[in-house]
Design a protein around this ligand. Structure first.
Ligand SMILES: Nc1ncnc2c1ncn2[C@@H]1O[C@H](COP(=O)(O)OP(=O)(O)OP(=O)(O)O)[C@@H](O)[C@H]1O
Ligand SMILES: [Mg+2]
Length: 515
């Protein structure tokens, strides 16, 4: 076979971390001008493989070929010189700088006047504008990034990749925090890049996206390559079975719980101090109920539950558990009243990167229930480790030891550690904000089972989700929000995409009776 027919070839790469075989003899072949999806469960080795290609990690064994030529890629600079660019899941834009300065970071054009070097802003802005114009995107090159949303920062990263003349762009879970409209924009750009013969390596847990935009699909499991297929030969079921190594026929566990008739949590006239945020929200959750909250990004769902949890100030409103009115001024108050909140953005409010898994799991319980984890007044590592181990086992968290720093776990496994942290507090009200973001299919099912189990034991589960199938598949009732207001309630069994979307985009007063 003609070797040069691939723009990138990874041959027999191995990468070990202490106690982990992250990549075990993996090979990858990328054709020019194609979208190549890389799929696999959490911890399968996808991000590690990309970091090897991009020069962040050095493979222990193996070779990388660009256009049929063997290359040493020692660092991201080498990667860029070889036409490889990577859009990270966590973006690092330089906020105080302008769009064009971010796009041309590291290659700013200069001009000389009377022997002195000046930044050539005219050239800089013109070149930036051209890139965005070619992509059909409205963007002011002179605007500062200070308040730009993630999706715009992502577009800027893409423009940056183009400015470097990248012929291979790696996207690691690019859509995990994009709205549907933003995802469409990204797909349009991906197609434009393809037309220019750029190859995209695309990592995602969203199978429908993969089937839509990719040409080839490589699937990994436990650090090994299962195989590569043309996307046209694959279906959701085939992909799932190749990723998890077994058939998975059901996406949601059987409903085994019946919500009680008794109201457990009641929220009355809840309004934010920020008049653009949630206003006058009323809802009740029964014992043993899974209560979904739907809405578009920006509907203030996260703000609402963060306020409920004492993370944001409220202007007015009351919260009751049973008959008892609560005073929630800070998260500590919410926790001591049996609430737990798994936040949407694990990096911002969740993980303590440099600390161990045990420390991360214990972070809340340790402070709430000091005595439980001490022996004769001294911190008991044995008790702490036993508690942590319980959840590492229960959620199948992939880690060599309990002492491993959480930052070295794969994205999905970090999320499971945080879930363990909250489950350890034995909450009566478990609040989950986009709980399955970045989570693979198998682990999703495990999280759904956990929700089901909580409900069966008479606990309240509140879930914010932007994934329609999950919202409809899991919720007993769904509250839909629109621009900070409750726009309606739906029974889970009666909800459809259309009904939810309708409520999510229309707020009419008088719609908000309790369903
Ligand atoms: N810097 C590191 N130090 C130690 N172990 C690591 C490091 N980076 C990755 N690993 C381990 O390598 C394995 C593969 O991780 P990787 O991040 O590549 O998975 P992934 O397929 O991207 O998963 P996800 O879908 O959850 O993002 C995991 O077991 C992870 O814990
Ligand atoms: Mg990853």
């Amino acid at each position: 076979m003609d070797e040069t027919k691939y723009v990138l070839e990874v041959r027999n790469v191995r990468k070990y971390f202490p106690g982990v075989k992250a990549l075990d003899d993996v090979s990858l072949k990328i054709r020019p001008g194609t979208v190549h999806a890389v799929m696999g469960e959490n911890g399968a080795g996808k991000s590690t493989l990309m970091k090897c290609i991009y020069g962040i990690y050095k493979p222990d064994v193996g070779e990388i070929y660009i256009d049929g030529e063997k290359k040493e890629i020692k660092n991201p600079r080498d990667a860029m010189d070889n036409g490889i660019s990577m859009i990270h899941q966590e973006l690092h834009p330089i906020r105080p700088q302008t769009v064009s300065e971010n796009v041309f970071l590291g290659q700013i054009p200069y001009k000389k006047r009377v022997g002195i070097r000046f930044v050539d802003y005219k050239e800089l802005n013109e070149r930036t504008k051209k890139i965005f114009d070619d992509l059909n995107i409205q963007m002011n090159p002179k605007e500062k990034l200070t308040n730009m949303s993630t999706s715009y920062c992502q577009l800027i990263e893409i423009a940056r990749a183009i400015s470097f003349g990248a012929k291979i762009i790696i996207m690691d879970e690019p859509t995990s925090s994009l709205t549907e409209t933003e995802t469409e924009i990204l797909f349009r750009i991906v197609n434009q890049l393809k037309e220019r013969y750029v190859s995209i390596i695309y990592i995602s847990h969203k199978i429908d996206e993969i089937l839509r935009i990719s040409d080839d699909v490589s699937i990994m499991r436990d650090g090994r390559l299962v195989g590569m297929w043309p996307a046209s030969e694959l279906t959701t079921d085939i992909i799932v079975s190749k990723m998890v190594g077994r058939e998975m026929t059901e996406r949601f566990p059987k409903k085994n719980h019946t919500p009680g008739t008794e109201t457990f949590l009641k929220v009355e006239n809840f309004s934010s101090t920020n008049k653009y945020s949630f206003q006058d929200v009323n809802f009740e959750v029964k014992k043993g109920e899974i209560f979904g909250i739907g809405g578009l990004v920006g509907s203030q769902r996260s703000e609402l539950i963060e306020a409920l949890f004492g993370l944001r100030p409220v202007e007015s409103g009351k919260v009751f558990i049973g008959e008892k009115e609560l005073t929630i001024a800070e998260p500590r108050d919410a926790i001591s009243n049996g609430m737990a909140l798994l936040t949407e953005d694990r990096r911002k409010t969740g993980i303590i990167g440099s600390m161990s898994i045990t420390d991360n799991i214990m972070a809340v319980s340790q402070n709430v229930d000091k005595k439980k984890y001490t022996d004769y007044g001294f911190i008991s590592n044995e008790k702490r480790n036993a508690a942590a181990k319980k959840y590492v086992d229960a959620f199948n968290i992939k880690t060599p030891t309990l002492k491993t720093k959480i930052e070295s776990l794969s994205g999905g496994n970090q999320q499971k550690v945080l879930l363990g942290r909250w489950m350890l507090t034995e909450p009566d009200i478990l609040i989950l904000d986009e709980p399955t973001r970045g989570i693979d299919v198998g682990a999703k099912y495990e999280i759904y089972e956990l929700m089901e189990d909580m409900a069966k034991r008479g606990k309240c589960v509140i879930m914010i989700s932007s994934e329609m199938p999950e919202l409809m598949g899991m919720s007993d009732r769904i509250m839909v929000m629109c621009e900070g207001h409750v726009s309606g309630f739906l029974k889970g069994s009666e909800a459809t995409d259309e009904k939810i979307m309708y409520l999510a985009s229309t707020y009419k007063k008088g719609n908000e009776d309790n369903g």
